[in-house]
Design a protein around this ligand. Structure first.
Ligand SMILES: Cc1cc2nc3c(=O)[nH]c(=O)nc-3n(C[C@H](O)[C@H](O)[C@H](O)COP(=O)(O)O)c2cc1C
Length: 370
């Protein structure tokens, strides 16, 4: 049975352990979505992860609605990312870029954005983050076939840019209610064409985007993230089990580097899941490496490997406040709790300033009290 500390082959790369860093938006880029030097330190500190999955990174201005989140559509952004991947590689780590289109969550007040795009003309409930505070979301435009073609071209270009920036691969963000999820799930997709209605039709956009990215970077450097079992950003499905089993099956045919599934506990203390676990159906349908996420600690993660529920675990919040998470797991050291107020706050506080653990020191011949 593999341990979380055993290496794992994820397509073209071999991760030195099965403790992956989940994608985490931290809003420390510039207003023009260019990564900043403090991001170099932050990611370098976390190179002990078997693989870092970058924070969600916009494939185009039109697709990025999160103030100060990074993008990967222009040369300046690519150059800045290259410094980050170089630092991670220099520290012995690996890094995939998470490619992001937010669809109807993009607010038109952000510079250069038009009406947001989605599968259908819906409006995201609640209020959008903008550079001038929070504002109600705008109604999305139902994407035409031309829009679909253009957005797929943006994914392709962003994937090519990720290779230019020397990422080891890319993860397509198809989770959490963003654009691809707005096609997948039936409370947001009301189309009557080849991209709506049946499960086969609703997974079409996901499969086309993934196939396009595979053409650019290769299947063995392409991963996908899905979140089958909870409402996120107003997106949900009336019958997610067959939908996500079909999605996993279609992605399996593409022979990807891995599939990452975010699924919270159903009955645990952190439980947000609405239904019993859907991931097992997806694991059965997906023949490649399978990564599970949400609410794992070391013991739960190892148990998931022992029970063959997953091949690796990605950890999100624990990596925010524990840059040396794998070492702490290995030595059984206490974890530092993270501070929600600094998640997206910008600035240096609560970002690359979480210290590595103070290891208990053994002094020969002394009475050692740990
Ligand atoms: C501050 C923060 C930012 C996040 N940003 C992203 C993101 O950019 N992309 C994504 O797919 N998920 C994102 N998530 C979700 C995490 O990747 C992960 O699914 C979630 O934190 C649950 O895992 P955990 O219990 O290990 O933290 C974010 C979560 C947090 C707390």
């Amino acid at each position: 049975m593999p341990s979380l500390f055993d290496p794992i082959t994820l397509g073209a790369v071999t991760a030195k352990n099965r403790i992956l860093m989940a994608p985490l938006t931290r809003a420390r880029a510039t207003m023009d979505h260019v990564p900043t030097p403090m991001m170099i330190d932050y990611y370098r500190q976390r190179a002990n992860a078997g693989l870092i999955i970058s924070e969600a990174t916009g494939i185009s201005a039109q697709g990025l609605g999160w103030p100060y989140a990074p993008g990967i559509w222009n040369a300046e952004q690519v150059d800045a990312w290259r410094s980050i991947t170089a630092a991670v590689h220099g520290a012995g780590g690996l890094m995939f870029a998470q490619l992001w289109h937010m669809g109807r969550l993009v607010h038109p007040s952000l510079p250069g954005r038009g009406q947001p795009l989605s599968s259908s003309a819906t409006t995201m409930p609640g209020q959008a983050r903008t550079y001038e505070g929070k504002h109600p979301y705008a109604q999305a435009k139902a994407m035409t076939n031309d829009d679909i073609r253009d957005v797929i071209a943006e994914y392709r270009a962003a994937a090519a840019n990720a290779m230019q920036a020397v990422f080891d691969g890319v993860e397509i963000h198809a989770a959490n209610g963003y654009l691809i999820d707005q096609f997948l799930r039936d409370n947001a997709n009301f189309r009557t064409d080849a991209y709506g209605g049946s499960i086969e039709n609703r997974i079409r956009f996901l499969v086309e985007v993934t196939a396009a990215v595979v053409e650019i970077v290769g299947a063995d450097r392409t991963a996908v993230r899905l979140s089958p079992n909870e409402e996120r950003n107003g997106v949900n499905d009336s019958n997610p089990e067959p939908l996500f089993a079909a999605a996993a099956g279609a992605l399996s045919d593409l022979r990807l580097a891995f599939l990452e599934v975010r699924e919270p506990d159903f009955d645990g203390t952190n439980g947000r899941a609405e239904r019993p676990p859907i991931a097992p159906l997806m694991r059965a349908a997906f023949k490649g490496a399978f990564v599970l996420n949400s609410d794992y600690d070391f013991q739960k993660g190892q148990a998931a490997l022992d029970q063959r529920k997953a091949d690796a675990i990605s950890f999100g919040r624990p990596f925010i406040s524990n840059p040396d998470l794998t070492l702490r797991f290995a030595k059984g050291l206490a974890l530092t709790p993270d501070n929600k107020t600094t998640w997206y706050a910008g600035g240096a506080s609560g970002y690359a300033d979480y210290p590595a653990a103070e290891e208990p020191r053994f002094v020969a011949g002394a009475v050692n009290e740990f």
